[in-house]
Design a protein around this ligand. Structure first.
Ligand SMILES: Cc1ncc(COP(=O)(O)O)c(C=O)c1O
Length: 374
């Protein structure tokens, strides 16, 4: 007969894993509310292009076959567009997968990896899951700054994760500052520029560090098909990396990490430049107009280079919570920002024009019930 076992006999995860708070995705709106709209995950309100949908459906003809584990055609399409080497591109099941793989590859137990206080939440999870130690750098007025990152660098810093533009602050570090940051980092430290929203930014190639990757051995850029291309459900992202880093990613990833449907739809989406341009133009107009309306209501909203805006409520956390509930009860599902250390804020993703108008009016109604701005 087996003796009674205590908790200490059970399989035990690494210490860092116990520190992970499970990632909470953006909630869906209450679908019983007519006209409900999801503005909580920075997805595209335009969905995917018709060409990507057609390619996805066509992929159903080959469901019994393994996909191309090297994502050859997709990598060639991406490489040709940007004039970069296909051999240095690695595709992943979302850029999340690539971020996790980089942490696993480059962090030994106890190694440090830096992320911003208000940086994308996945970095901390990936660092802890790999046995590393997350080190937080502080923004200045919600902007990531090279000097604030550099003052956190130690002997043990192996990775710096920087989302550019960042989620949720929607701010962007310029190319010159990225280059200054890179120049001052030790060569053994990997600088990961997560450019999930680059297509929405004014200077996509500059701020995504595309040219810097080409020139260095320790810079990786990650990109996603989940945002402007409207393919979040398919889980597809890619990295442009130094040859050796690409090789390590290829060694560690699962051999068929990207599905055939994702490869086919991703390629068609990338080629449909006209569609992407329309989505980009809409987001640029949306963020400027929405920000102006939010500011007119007494909210603080930093300049956005993305398809979302961050709205900070003048009366702080309680008011942001009231606004969250008020908007959700009327079908507008936003993202609360407590886990991003911005409890006084809500993040709103771009919506189509009609929904945006209803949303802005509902926000106005909320603020007027609150007795105005201050
Ligand atoms: C900054 C940033 N990086 C990466 C991702 C993850 O993208 P993917 O869907 O490619 O995993 C997101 C998604 O919200 C994001 O905001």
């Amino acid at each position: 007969m087996k003796a009674m076992r205590g908790a200490k006999d059970r399989p035990k995860p690494r210490g860092g894993i116990l520190k992970i708070l499970r990632y909470q995705g953006g909630e869906a709106p209450d679908s019983s509310i007519p006209g409900a709209v999801k503005m909580s995950s920075n997805e595209s309100p335009f969905g995917a292009s018709a060409k990507a949908r057609a390619a996805y459906l066509k992929a159903a003809d080959n469901l019994s076959l393994y996909p191309d584990g090297d994502a050859t055609a997709l990598r060639q399409t991406i490489a040709a567009r940007h004039g970069i080497e296909a051999a240095r591109i690695v595709c992943g099941a979302g850029s999340d997968e690539i971020i996790h793989l980089l942490a696993q590859i480059y962090l030994e137990a106890g190694d440090e990896a830096i992320h911003m206080r208000h940086g994308f939440a996945i970095y901390r999870i990936a660092i802890l899951a790999a046995g590393g130690r997350p080190v937080i750098a502080e923004e200045e007025e919600l902007m990531a700054r090279a000097d604030r990152i550099l003052e956190k660098v130690s002997e043990r810093t192996k990775i710096v994760f920087l989302a550019n533009p960042n989620n949720p602050t929607s701010s962007c570090m310029g190319e010159e500052e990225i280059r200054r940051l890179h120049a001052a980092l030790p060569e053994k430290t990997l600088l990961v520029i997560d450019a999930a929203y680059a297509e929405y930014a004014d200077r996509a190639d500059d701020i995504s560090a595309m040219s810097l990757v080409g020139e260095s051995e320790n810079v990786v850029m990650t990109r996603t098909f989940s945002k402007i291309y409207g393919l979040a459900a398919l889980r597809l992202g890619w990295a442009y990396a130094p040859a050796e880093v690409a090789e390590m990613l290829n060694r560690t990833r699962a051999p068929f990490n990207v599905s055939g449907a994702a490869l086919a739809a991703g390629r068609a989406a990338y080629e449909d430049v006209g569609f992407t341009d329309r989505v980009r133009r809409h987001a640029i107009g949306w963020r400027a107009a929405m920000r102006e309306r939010a500011i007119a209501l007494g909210l603080d909203a930093p300049l956005s280079e993305t398809n979302f805006i961050l709205m900070r409520f003048p009366r702080g956390e309680d008011q942001a919570s009231r606004a969250y509930r008020f908007l959700a009860a009327r079908g507008f599902q936003l993202r609360p920002m407590g886990i991003y250390a911005l409890p006084d804020a809500l993040r709103a993703s771009a919506a189509l024009d009609e929904a945006t108008e209803r949303f802005a009016r509902t926000l106005e109604e909320f603020m007027s019930r609150e007795g105005g701005g201050g």
